[in-house]
Structure formats: C-alpha cells, structure tokens
Ligand binder design. Structure first.
Ligand SMILES: [Cu+2]
Length: 162
C-alpha cells in the first residue's frame, strides 16, 4: 500500500523530532548479543492522529564479521522499517533500507535527520515516559530486543526554539 499522505505526515513527525542534536550523557540501556550491541535507543513522541513514528538507536558491531539487520517489529506498530533520508534538491526523501549492514568493527547510528526506524500503523501515540519494545533480527547475532524510551532528546528542553 503506497499512499502519499502517511509519508508526508511522517516527514512532519521526523522534522519535529529534528531539533538541535544534543550530546547524550544520560544513562542508557545496553543490550548485548554476542559482540553486537544496540544502545542509545529512543523514540520521538508523536502528536495525536499521526499514525507514523520514528525511533533511533546505535548498533555497534564488535565482531570480526559484517552483520545485517534483517527485520524489525514492534507490538506498537503494524510495520517497522529502516529508513534513510536523502536530499533530492530541496526535497528530503525517505527510502527503506532492506538489509542494513553493520561492518565489522563499526557503529551504525540511527538518529534525527538521518537513518531511523520508521513505525507505520501506530494506533496509540508514542507519549513521553512510555517505552516502545522493538524486536530486531540480525543475520548473525540473531534476535535482539530493545526498549526505546520516548523522549524529546533531539529538541531543546526549555523555552526558546533552536
Ligand atoms: Cu522514515
């Protein structure tokens, strides 16, 4: 099913989550499977009536071989995709990444303005304070379950917009 409207709403949601990047010093959960770790996971809150949401995390591959993220699912969404953003002239476009590669010894960061997890078919808005369970399946590392706390990490926390 391809419709334009959800994508436009998605863009709005992503853009809203796209404030000045903040250095992240708060504690975060670390999930380990063998030597592949998923950390710095979080999701942006969504306004009511928007059925798409964005989530972010960093995957660190400390093994000696390339791994691939084959699939992502969440009980909070009908479908989860990995998206990357590219500029086509002045137009930002998102496109699904089928099998995200994490090269040996490398980190792949999903963050505002770049790659992200995209949740489709969100029936309950992501609200601050909630955690969004996501089930990741890697080619080599296997299943990794992560919880994405919902917060406004990428946005200024007080007063003046930036
Ligand atoms: Cu997207």
């Amino acid at each position: 099913m391809k419709t334009l409207l959800p994508l436009m709403l998605a863009f709005v949601a992503i853009a809203a989550a796209c404030g000045a990047p903040a250095n992240q010093s708060s504690a975060h959960e670390m999930h380990t499977t063998a030597a592949l770790t998923v950390h710095d996971a979080w999701a942006a809150p969504t306004p009511a009536g928007v059925d798409v949401a964005a989530g972010y995390l960093t995957i660190s591959n400390h093994t000696g071989a390339t791994d691939r993220l084959l699939n992502a699912t969440s009980p909070r969404a009908a479908r989860v995709e990995v998206h990357e953003m590219t500029m086509n002239g002045a137009v930002m476009q998102m496109r699904a990444v089928e099998h995200l590669e994490i090269a040996a010894g490398h980190d792949v960061q999903l963050g505002p303005g770049g790659m992200h997890l995209m949740f489709f078919g969100v029936t309950q808005p992501f609200a601050e304070g909630q955690t969004i369970p996501v089930h990741l399946v890697f080619e080599t590392a296997g299943a990794v379950d992560v919880n994405l706390p919902v917060n406004r990490r990428g946005a200024p926390s007080h007063g003046h917009g930036g």
